[in-house]
Design a protein around this ligand. Structure first.
Ligand SMILES: NC(=O)C1=CN([C@@H]2O[C@H](COP(=O)(O)OP(=O)(O)OC[C@H]3O[C@@H](n4cnc5c(N)ncnc54)[C@H](O)[C@@H]3O)[C@@H](O)[C@H]2O)C=CC1
Ligand SMILES: O=C(O)[C@H]1O[C@H](OP(=O)(O)OP(=O)(O)OC[C@H]2O[C@@H](n3ccc(=O)[nH]c3=O)[C@H](O)[C@@H]2O)[C@H](O)[C@@H](O)[C@@H]1O
Length: 461
């Protein structure tokens, strides 16, 4: 019989910790869950009475937080207390690409993970099951175990790997109906304790148990395969543009082959998000560290193709606008890395904007969920020009018609549904002529827009 878990602590109240634990709290009302974070502002936002102020926007999430918060779901900055009281501790902190030292620009930065392990070791006075929820390099559990066992108070720690496969924008749905839940571990009782939690709402045949290393490596592999599909179809999109083929037609034709399948074949301006690039870079780094250079080079191509796609989208705008965008107003519709999220990490929009700004374009941005502050922070982070210069060249507005008015061109960077329903005749009326649209998401209706008089360009057509 596995130990029944009564109290869970989750370290990290971000895009994974927040939604994941909210859903566990909803499905397991008898378990008390405390999500802790050292970021006070983030915890305050999770505790905000106004659910519109939650730090993560996900369809359906606010309702779940409203149901569970204060009942069996708590958000706190008191990390030590939550660790001390919990039977099971999820580590859901960020594991970004290293920006310094050995492995800079490639390896995952594990300093936040190590800090968690040291804090758990220092505080724990009772046995704990420690669950890796963050995405980690294969064999990280060995390092965690070494820290916990050597610096702890003599209590027993069992480590499990339980990577998260949710996608942003559909996090709640993905958590409620996961394709699979993956649990890697060595201790049968600890594994069973976590299986028992998920089994409250996930069919048992979708709960897969493996050894620790397969679980850790499966997460990196899943993201690499998904990103590879996007880069593969994006590579074909360029060939379509040269040959008269239409990439949507090609996607459909190949996707109907049951061995290939229809998902993740949508050509785009390039994949973004906090994880695809970081996880592939990490995979490449790990392969190189084992001297597997052919393996590393193979996966590296996925990133190179993605960079190429963003670059050529921006280049096409410049070329089409008579080889100069200097002083021209370009309207960006969308800044988030995909629809239905306020997350902008590694969004293709950032890189397209940066490229156009270096050509002295003046960009006006509208995104239904992303704040101006976030957009400026994204651009400043690249360090290409001064913060003052970014603010001089970029305007962020809350009305799409204001963004597009007097613009030479519109670039669609995120596939927000609302863009489809705009009054495109009015937009055309208020733009400079000729009026160009560059659809990086293949979202809009070519026939309708050409009828109105737009010059419409879409990826892969
Ligand atoms: N964002 C996503 O959709 C997915 C992310 N992942 C993985 O999950 C992990 C977390 O990702 P996100 O939630 O997006 O990151 P995030 O950056 O949104 O959240 C991480 C949180 O951890 C907190 N934190 C860091 N160190 C801490 C410490 N020592 N004590 C207390 N709090 C600490 C930070 O303040 C931050 O609020 C990453 O490894 C990521 O690769 C996995 C699946 C999906
Ligand atoms: O580890 C993670 O962080 C997560 O990464 C991705 O989820 P996410 O990045 O949230 O979103 P996706 O739907 O995968 O989209 C990623 C990027 O690829 C782009 N994309 C996706 C699919 C497609 O066909 N074409 C395409 O360009 C999206 O627009 C977006 O920019 C994976 O889908 C999740 O399973 C994983 O848990």
């Amino acid at each position: 019989m596995a130990k029944k878990i009564e109290k869970i602590c989750c370290i990290g109240a971000g895009y994974v910790g927040g939604p994941t634990m909210s859903v566990v709290a909803k499905q397991c009302p008898e378990i008390e869950i405390t999500i802790v974070d050292m970021n006070e502002a983030r915890i305050a936002a999770w505790n905000d009475c106004d659910l519109n102020n939650l730090p993560v926007y996900e369809p359906g999430l606010a309702e779940i937080v409203a149901e569970a918060r204060g009942r069996n779901l708590f958000f706190s900055t008191d990390v030590d207390k939550a660790i001390a009281e919990a039977d099971m501790i999820f580590i859901s902190v960020n594991t970004p690409t290293k920006t310094y030292g050995k492995g800079k620009g490639m390896a995952a930065d594990l300093k936040f993970i190590e800090l968690c392990a040291r804090q758990i070791a220092a505080v724990a006075k009772t046995d704990k099951i420690v669950v890796e929820k963050s995405t980690l390099p294969v064999r990280t559990a060995a390092a965690l175990k070494s820290i916990l066992d050597n610096t702890g108070n003599g209590v027993n720690f069992h480590i499990l790997s339980n990577p998260e496969f949710l996608a942003e924008g559909t996090a709640v749905e993905d958590l409620l109906n996961p394709d699979r839940v993956l649990i890697g571990g060595e201790n049968a009782e600890a594994i069973q304790a976590l299986v028992d939690i998920y089994a409250q709402w996930v069919p048992e045949e979708r709960i897969l148990t493996t050894n620790l290393w397969s679980s850790e490596l499966s997460k990196l592999t899943a993201n690499a395969f998904l990103a590879q599909r996007v880069s593969s179809i994006n590579s074909i999109s360029e060939l379509c543009e040269k040959t008269g083929a239409n990439v949507d037609e090609v996607s459909k034709a190949i996707g109907l082959d049951s061995r290939i399948g229809p998902k993740f074949l949508k050509a785009s301006v390039g994949f973004g998000g906090s994880c695809f690039q970081k996880d592939i870079l990490n995979l490449v780094y790990i392969a190189r560290s084992y001297n597997l250079h052919a393996v590393a080079d193979y996966w590296d191509q996925v990133i190179l193709m993605n960079d190429h796609q963003k670059h050529r989208f921006a280049d096409n705008i410049i070329q089409t606008l008579y080889n100069t965008v200097s002083g021209k107003k370009i309207a960006f519709l969308g800044w988030a890395f995909k629809k239905d999220t306020n997350d902008t990490r590694e969004s293709a929009a950032i890189y397209v904007a940066d490229y156009l700004l270096s050509e002295e374009a003046e960009i006006t941005i509208y995104d239904p969920k992303v704040s101006a502050e976030r957009i400026y922070a994204d651009l400043d982070y690249l360090n290409t020009r001064s913060s003052a210069e970014n603010r001089r060249l970029v305007r962020v507005v809350s009305d799409p018609y204001e963004a597009t008015s007097e613009a030479h061109a519109i670039a669609v960077l995120t596939e927000w549904d609302e863009f489809k329903g705009y009054d495109w005749a009015r937009i055309k009326q208020e733009m400079k002529r000729p009026s160009f649209i560059f659809d990086g998401r293949k979202l809009l209706n070519r026939a309708q827009l050409e009828e109105i008089g737009f010059n419409y360009y879409a990826i892969g057509e």
